[in-house]
Design a protein around this ligand. Sequence first.
Ligand code: ATP
Ligand code: SKM
Ligand code: MG
Length: 195
Amino acid sequence: MNDVTEPVSATLAERAKRALGRRNLIFIGLMGAGKSAIGRMTAQALGVPFVDSDHEIERVSRMTISELFTAYGEEEFRALEARVLKRLLRSGPRVVSTGGGAYVNERSRRQIKKGGLTVWLNAELEVLWERVNKRDTRPLLKTENPKQTLENLMRARYPIYAEADLVVLSRDVKKETMVEEVLAAIADCKKAETP
Ligand SMILES: Nc1ncnc2c1ncn2[C@@H]1O[C@H](COP(=O)(O)OP(=O)(O)OP(=O)(O)O)[C@@H](O)[C@H]1O
Ligand SMILES: O=C(O)C1=C[C@@H](O)[C@@H](O)[C@H](O)C1
Ligand SMILES: [Mg+2]
């Protein structure tokens, strides 16, 4: 238990950093929720390193996510994702943004839960669709009706994402506002750090 009273002058970022301790902050949520964009800015605000599992997978494999799906299929991609996450989560504190399907995979979910505090960027379909329909880099949305596919993924995944420690509603507000809400959620989080 941390029963040290925070000085009134501590900024939101300082309070969040203290609450996070040595844990990682792990962003989860659907494609377009803002895990990469908001994750990077949150790391800057906290003054801790940022890593993005999709980017790290592309770096180590020297292939794009789309190429990996085409060459090896989703199952192999998930196995690689789990291996990369295990390494990224080894030491904290860091901000780790995951790919949209990572938390849905049992092996990765176990590692993520063990690896730190999870924050789900929860977003409505229209918000996600507006963001993802501009690019065709997401292999799971290369279907006849990608908006319907996105809705199906929401139905299947939202009950699982809901297991996160923290939930922040991702919507069309300034990214800085999103970061502030994430920091406030961490600062108010009652989940104690295990030694
Ligand atoms: N609050 C916001 N307002 C406006 N645009 C946003 C906001 N948050 C994120 N975006 C934009 O939405 C797009 C998708 O965001 P981002 O790439 O961070 O999503 P993601 O959750 O990492 O998706 P994926 O799972 O596909 O990696 C980006 O262009 C990003 O700049
Ligand atoms: O939602 C998903 O399953 C995915 C999301 C992306 O971040 C990538 O990890 C990949 O396109 C799979
Ligand atoms: Mg991303």
